[in-house]
Design a binder for this molecule. Sequence first.
Ligand SMILES: Cc1cc2nc3c(=O)[nH]c(=O)nc-3n(C[C@H](O)[C@H](O)[C@H](O)COP(=O)(O)OP(=O)(O)OC[C@H]3O[C@@H](n4cnc5c(N)ncnc54)[C@H](O)[C@@H]3O)c2cc1C
Length: 452
Amino acid sequence: MTLTADALTELTDALPGRVLRDPTEMAPFAVDTSREQLAGDPAAVVLAESTDDVSAALAWAHRHGVKVSVRGAGSGLCGGAMAYPGGLVVSLERMNRILHIDVDNRLADVQAGVITSDLDDAAHEHGLFFAPDPASVRISTVGGNIATNAGGLRCVAHGVTSDAVAALKVVLADGRVIRTGGRTRKNVTGYDLTSLFVGSEGTLGVITSATVRLKPVPPGEPVTFHAMFDDIGAAGRAVIDIVSSPYPPEVLELLDTMSVEIIERYQHTGLPIPNAALLVGQTVGHDAPRIAEGIVGICRAAGATDAGFSASDAMIEARRLANPALNAQGLRVSCDVGVPVSELATIFAGMDEIAQRHGRRIASVAHAGDGNLHSTVEAGETPDEYRAAEAVIDDITRLALSLGGTITGEHGIGSTKHHELSWQLDENTRAAQLAIKAALDPTGILTPDRAV
Ligand SMILES: Cc1cc2nc3c(=O)[nH]c(=O)nc-3n(C[C@H](O)[C@H](O)[C@H](O)COP(=O)(O)OP(=O)(O)OC[C@H]3O[C@@H](n4cnc5c(N)ncnc54)[C@H](O)[C@@H]3O)c2cc1C
């Protein structure tokens, strides 16, 4: 893709002060947090300040046939926001204003580049909160969360990002602007385009602003519970019994022994080291102690060797250290598969066989209440090592699919999982998805060859 000097001047003239061309300045906007390698520098980065800026950038790219990558904060783990060589990066970083907190309707209007925790903090000032809480909440953007349909620790209670999105403003690939959804709780006018754009990973349009749903902050103090198991099957049984009980947790996480040991080696937090698995979680609201007591009772009945609860959230904070702890100790290549909750114990058990067959350590933590598993494989820092670890991930992914699961629960497809799409989706289903893509982006400039 080679652009003429005139074409680039046309872009810089249209968006003065908002276009980067210098490779050093563009570098931070060209990559995300995935293991993908940049194939070449982009031609330009647009630091959009308004929907009109995004519209002008996309109309320009459409006219000149330039590939576009869309970037929130670049915390994505799948290569979705990586720049295309000679392409255009549209960054939403500067569109970071919280426009309005509508307390009466429990809604917030935000620009797409707002950092998720900033929105949550602003909502708290009104006794409300924004439920989606990816572990990257302090660095990722609301637009990126919507584009990936991000999950997090609280999904077992509040669902995923799609459950919190009421309306969107979106710029289509040719620069036209559309609005989806609305401010009412009920709204069945036409196709549900809001849901279509949620999780579309920058392939169908650029989200420039959103109206999102807020919830009231639960009263009282949260209670943290834990349970240790000598047997992964018993831990799996406990998870099934908890999610079908009248004791709803807000957080329900499962860690295998290796993950707990690695976290403790990284930073001594006092997490108890189980023989097979540790279940940690949290309950909230006036009833939090009673609900935690009910959950601990279920764990004991399922065979927990030790279980209890406390007012301190130290164990939840320790769980949040899993990513950096694993990376620091050479476990670098991870996946994001999901299985029905009833199959959680089976996939944990299957991991041992896969680890032995490949001769590589695998540590797993799960958003247990959602059956969403992050297994991380050890790998040295060479391309061969990464390739070998990818083969392990492929086996884990096939195991998840054989159990009725999914290749991605919350991180998305991007480019890193693109080769796995046909493992889960049949030909007709993929064709339907590509037909939607072609209808909204007929020349295929927007995040091509990724996500679908
Ligand atoms: C330490 C760490 C912890 C994480 N924990 C979690 C977790 O618990 N749960 C989870 O789900 N994810 C997690 N992630 C992954 C990542 O933070 C999420 O995918 C997040 O939603 C990405 O937001 P972003 O603003 O960084 O988007 P980016 O990385 O910039 O982009 C991600 C994708 O969305 C598209 N996109 C971004 N903004 C827009 C927009 N405005 N319009 C259209 N498309 C857009 C991009 O093109 C790309 O395909 C974690 C990442 C890290 C580094």
